[in-house]
Design a protein around this ligand. Structure first.
Ligand SMILES: [Zn+2]
Length: 73
């Protein structure tokens, strides 16, 4: 499944964003971080976007289900 290229996020102001290497296992678990590296007048835009991983989405679904269970009394 090669979805990375097709779903590459864009900065609203500057266009396609660069994939950031994940620093930690936790970051890798969360998904892929993208960074806008557009630089203007010596300042980098620095917008970031997280494309959540399937593992993270599954965990969030689980948590949501558990919360729903807990609130039904
Ligand atoms: Zn930008």
């Amino acid at each position: 499944m090669a979805v990375e290229q097709a779903e590459r996020p864009v900065c609203v102001k500057h266009g396609p964003m660069a994939l950031r290497a994940s620093g930690t296992k936790e970051q890798a678990f969360c998904g892929d971080w993208y960074l806008c590296e557009h630089t203007e007048f010596g300042r980098t835009c620095g917008n970031t976007i997280l494309l959540p991983s399937l593992e993270l989405l599954a965990q969030l679904d689980n948590q949501r289900a558990n919360l729903a269970k807990g609130s039904k009394r």
